[in-house]
Structures are given as structure tokens and as C-alpha cells.
Design a binder for this molecule. Structure first.
Ligand code: PA5
Length: 429
């Protein structure tokens, strides 16, 4: 079950209301659905309805093989080519996933250029059975390319060329250089649909293969995304909370609220917020416009960022994800001498206290002038994760259109690359 509570946001809209912007939301809807403005990049819109079932079956089967073959699975990719998988694995298992038993450890590399990180993970791989999944739509991104070269060498040294071939998986565009390399070397490959860009690709092989390797039921994620697709196709503002969210955040932006903080109340939601930050940051931040996407995990960050949110400048709003039930809820015991003065909580569960922290923070922050939008989920289930992913993908595309920017490009990212290539002496730069 998924619902959105706008009560702690709507009271900040003042004399404006959603009617003032809903015409623009509908225009954005038409751009996405009717005018085919983004035909070449909006393949994710219908994906939960028309994904290729054979490909999903192949991913499930290959994931099973990988789980049998290895105890360490190295995922090489950056940006949209790793954040969704990491978000899902942490959200649905744990941020301590790699300490769990009977499942391959999963390490994400190639999302930085840190030699220490490469070395450390190679050391871990030394005494383990390893498989690798390199994920790059373009096949040319420098960070994963360097990581792949290093780890390919590592794999060939460890297993020989033939052995490595059985353990290397490529996920890429069918026309990329990486695909050519995969064909030349005989690596198993999965292709990324041409009309789905990096940060919208978690429900393709990009995210689904690593997620399935971790033991998660990817079909249930797709089912959750389909439920979202069905609900958020409606143009009726009373029925479509995704469009309402896009409307309200744009109204806040017009009031000068230029930062949105994604808040979770469990450490295992940290990477979901990282995925969300990339989705919104790269989709909206261009042409001098865009809401800055930030994140926090409460109550942890109430002891750091909380002060700023409560009493700093009022250019913020928060989007809170409230998961009603954890997988396991622990009870607080009673103590004879009550030395820690906690007996007032004895018999209560940890989640009860976490929920009260959430309710209290909602009151404190809204009383302090910070609007809050609350997304309610029943549990950390695959279906809810899929629903949440689609909710934000669609809200992001609609929001960016209302803002007047292209949700699917990221031209600004080229600037650092060009400067770096010049410094590195790359030919033709
Ligand atoms: O959202 C995007 O398109 C980007 O963040 C890409 O995912 C990222 O740059 C990685 O690109 P690639 O998969 O081509 O290596």
C-alpha cells in the first residue's frame, strides 16, 4: 500500500493552490504521453507494462547461475548505471547486505577513481570466487572503463582468459564499443533499451541483474512499478498523487524554496535517496534552474543537519518516506533499577519510538516553517520499491517539463569531462 499525505505541505501554499499550476502539469503530461516529444528517451514510461518477459526470465536464470558461481559479485558502473541497483539491494535487504550469509557479497566499483578502493576490493576478491558485471550504456564512461580494464586484468590473471569469459557480464547499448568488446571476447551481455537513459534505467537489466543476484524477486518489483503506472496515468488531480507532488514542489520552487531534502528513517534508505538525488539533480538542474536535491537519514541527521533545517534559512522543504513496518521490530525491556531512565518505554517497540520521532519531527519542522510531503509505505517490499521508483521517475519528468527543461539530457556533465580529458592528454581534446 502506498499513499501520499500532503497535509503538512498544503498549508504552506498560501493563496496559491494546485489549480494555479495544474494546467502546466497537464501540458507536461501531454508532452510525455501524446506529443511524443521525448519519444527517443521516454521508453521507461511504459516499461512496466511492455517489458520483454523473455529478457526478464533470462536475467532471473543468469542471476541464479551467478549466485552458484561466485561469492563476490563486482558491479562496475557510475550514476544511473549503479545507483538504482544499490538503492534496491540496501532498501530491500540491508545497508549491511555484505554481512549477510548465503548470498554473494556485492561490491560497487567504477563510481569513483579511487585507487585505494580498487585495491581493497581486489584484495577481497583474491580469495573469493568472483563474477563481474560491467554496466555502461555509452560504453565510454571513463570511471567504469578504468575499473573494467583493471578488473578484467585481475580476472584474466586469476582465471585465465577462458575462465574469465565465463564470469564477466556486460550490460550496455547494442551499438556500443563495450558490446563490440563483449562480442569479441565472448562475454555474456544484456542490452539496455535505446530509448531509456541512465537514471531512468533501474527497471532494465542495468538494475535488474545485480538486484536479482542479491536474491530479490525482480518480477515483484516490476509488478509494483506497473501498479504505479496504472495509477499515475490519470489526469485527474484528485487521483494522481504523483502529479500533485510534481505540482506542489514546483509551487514551492516559485516561492523560493530551492532545496528539497529526501528524508528516510532507516539507514538502509540512504542509497534510495542517492538514486533520487541523481534522478532529480541531473534531470532538473540546467538552464540556471532546478531544485537542489539533498538527503538525510533521521534520526541520525537530526543530530547534525536537524539544527539547520529547524532554524536555518527557509528555502527548504522535505519529502519524507515513512515505512510503517520494519522487517523485524524489537521490544524495549524493563530494567530493575531504571538507571538509564528508559522504563517509560519498556514494552514499546523500537519502531514505535521511530514513528514517534517521525511524527514529532513533522510537527517541529512544519512549526519551524519547513513544509513536509509524506509518502507512506506499508513495508520494505519489492512491490513498494517498484511503485516508489516509478512514482519518482514520473514525478521527475513531469516536474522538469513544468520547469521548462529537458528531463532526459545532462549536457553540463560534459564540462568536467572535457577539462579532465585535456589535463590527461586524451587525443582530440
Ligand atoms: O543518467 C545518466 O544518463 C548518467 O548519470 C549515466 O547513467 C552515467 O553518466 C553513466 O553513463 P554510462 O552508463 O553511459 O556509463
Amino acid at each position: 500500500m502506498f499513499s501520499v499525505d500532503f497535509r503538512f505541505a498544503e498549508k504552506f501554499l498560501g493563496t496559491t493552490n494546485i489549480e494555479n499550476i495544474y494546467g502546466e502539469i497537464l501540458q507536461a503530461h501531454r508532452k510525455l504521453h501524446e506529443y511524443n516529444t521525448f519519444e527517443s528517451t521516454a521508453g521507461w514510461l511504459d516499461l512496466p507494462r511492455n517489458y520483454d518477459e523473455d529478457t526478464v526470465e533470462e536475467i532471473v536464470n543468469e542471476a541464479q547461475n551467478i549466485r552458484k558461481k561466485c561469492d563476490v559479485f563486482v558491479v562496475i558502473g557510475i550514476g544511473g548505471s549503479y545507483l538504482g541497483a544499490r538503492a534496491a539491494i540496501e532498501f530491500l535487504h540491508s545497508n549491511n547486505y555484505n554481512l549477510l550469509e548465503n548470498t554473494p557479497k556485492i561490491f560497487f566499483v567504477g563510481n569513483s577513481i579511487s585507487s585505494d578502493e580498487f585495491y581493497e576490493i581486489m584484495q577481497i576478491c583474491q580469495n573469493s570466487d568472483v563474477c563481474i558485471n560491467v554496466i555502461s550504456k555509452s560504453g565510454t564512461t571513463t570511471e567504469p572503463a578504468i575499473a573494467f580494464r583493471l578488473f578484467r586484468d585481475f580476472m584474466e590473471n586469476k582465471y585465465g582468459k577462458d575462465g574469465a569469459r565465463e564470469r564477466i557480464y556486460c550490460t550496455t547499448d547494442s551499438d556500443s564499443n563495450l558490446q563490440k568488446l563483449a562480442d569479441e571476447m565472448g562475454y555474456k551481455s544484456f542490452s539496455i533499451p535505446k530509448n531509456i537513459g541512465g537514471r531512468y534505467s533501474v527497471l532494465t537489466a542495468v538494475g535488474l541483474l545485480p538486484i536479482a543476484v542479491s536474491g530479490i524477486d525482480i518480477k515483484k518489483i516490476l509488478k509494483g512499478a506497473l501498479s504505479a503506472l496504472n495509477v499515475y496515468s490519470s489526469c485527474d488531480q484528485n487521483l494522481n498523487d504523483c502529479y500533485k507532488y510534481a505540482a506542489i514542489r514546483n509551487l514551492f520552487y516559485r516561492q523560493g524554496k530551492t532545496t528539497e531534502i529526501m528524508v528516510g528513517y532507516h539507514p538502509k534508505m540512504r542509497y534510495f535517496a542517492e538514486w533520487w538525488k541523481q534522478l532529480f539533480g541531473e534531470s532538473e538542474g540546467k538552464d540556471g534552474k532546478g531544485i537542489f536535491p539533498a538527503s538525510a537519514v533521521f534520526s541520525t541527521d537530526l543530530h547534525s543537519l536537524g539544527q539547520y533545517i529547524q532554524q536555518g534559512p527557509k528555502n527548504l522543504f522535505e519529502t519524507v518516506i515513512n515505512v510503517a513496518s520494519p522487517k523485524k521490530d524489537l521490544k524495549i525491556s524493563s530494567s530493575e533499577n531504571d538507571a538509564d531512565n528508559l522504563n517509560y518505554l519498556s514494552g514499546k517497540t523500537v519502531n514505535f519510538v521511530n514513528q514517534k520521532a517521525l511524527e514529532a519531527t513533522l510537527l517541529a519542522h512544519t512549526n519551524g516553517g519547513v513544509p513536509n510531503i509524506v509518502l507512506n509505505l506499508d513495508s520494505f517490499s519489492e512491490e513498494d520499491f517498484g511503485h516508489l521508483v516509478y512514482f519518482f521517475e514520473k514525478a521527475c519528468a513531469i516536474s522538469a517539463c513544468v520547469l521548462g527543461v529537458n528531463p532526459f539530457d545532462q549536457p553540463g556533465v560534459e564540462n568536467y569531462k572535457n577539462e579532465m580529458f585535456k589535463l590527461l592528454g586524451k587525443p582530440n581534446f
